[in-house]
Design a protein around this ligand. Structure first.
Ligand SMILES: *Cc1c(COP(=O)(O)O)cnc(C)c1O
Length: 240
């Protein structure tokens, strides 16, 4: 088996152990393979090992990679998730090429994604990025403003609001990590319980990366985004 295949198995068993420890079913948490900075061959290796959902941060890099991967005749279609910041001038590329966008934190971006989603594609699945540590320069809607944004985004015709995403700052240990992830989970629960229209498919808590996936699963994550744990250390010189 390839190194990537072995790494995928290792990450899947970490997820399974974390689910067991949290008393959650083994299939409660899905894996997003974060392939940013890695080439199409890495995506192919992971796909041949059974992985179908991939996360990318750099939109131009991702779109070029998708075109190469599309010619590889893989056994099943892949799903592409945008997990990087989305500037206004990149919304069209996201709307035309991705299946999911995790980083919606402003209504203006959501409106553009909805307007630009091509008619022949299914609606774009979106998560709201929430800034749970309050760093003013960080991306993400403030927790106190998330419900109002959810209400507005849920009304947009070509988007489906699927959940919440967060990237907390590094924390020193498991308990500190879990406490931060809990803040995102609380926002998720608040929106879910709000009775806002258009939340029929609000089921995704995108939390946790290679270094903190156990704490994220303990806090209720349903989708962990793992890059280096699958593909190895990144060299940013390759990022587009
Ligand atoms: C890069 C990245 C990841 C993956 O990080 P690893 O530590 O390599 O697992 C997950 N989520 C986001 C938003 C990222 O930018």
């Amino acid at each position: 088996m390839t190194t990537i295949g072995n790494n995928l198995q290792h990450v899947q068993s970490r997820i399974a152990r974390a689910c067991a420890a949290a008393g959650r079913p083994a299939d409660a948490v899905a894996l997003l393979a974060v392939s940013k900075t890695f080439g199409p061959e890495a995506v192919r290796d992971a796909a041949l090992a059974g992985q179908c959902a991939f996360g990318e941060n750099y939109i131009q890099e991702a779109v070029e990679k998708m075109a190469v991967v599309a010619d590889m005749q893989l056994p099943r279609p892949l799903q592409w998730h945008c997990i990087g910041p989305i500037q206004s001038n990149k919304t069209r590329l996201v709307a035309e090429h991705f299946d999911w966008a995790h980083t919606v934190d402003r209504l203006k971006i959501a409106q553009r994604l909805s307007e630009q989603r091509p008619a022949h594609l299914p609606p774009l699945m979106v998560c709201l990025q929430v800034n749970v540590d309050g760093g003013p320069t960080k991306s993400g809607v403030a927790p106190g403003e998330a419900l109002a944004l959810a209400e507005a985004v849920a009304r947009l015709p070509r988007l489906v609001l699927r959940g919440i995403m967060s990237i907390p700052d590094d924390a020193p240990d498991f308990e500190a990590q879990r406490a931060l992830h809990h803040r995102a989970a609380a926002v998720f629960d608040q929106i879910k319980a709000s009775g806002v229209a258009g939340l029929e498919q609000f089921d995704t808590l995108s939390l946790g990366m290679t270094g903190d996936l156990e704490a994220a699963v303990a806090a209720g994550s349903t989708l962990v985004r793992v890059g280096s744990g699958i593909f190895g250390a990144r060299s940013y010189a390759r990022a587009g």
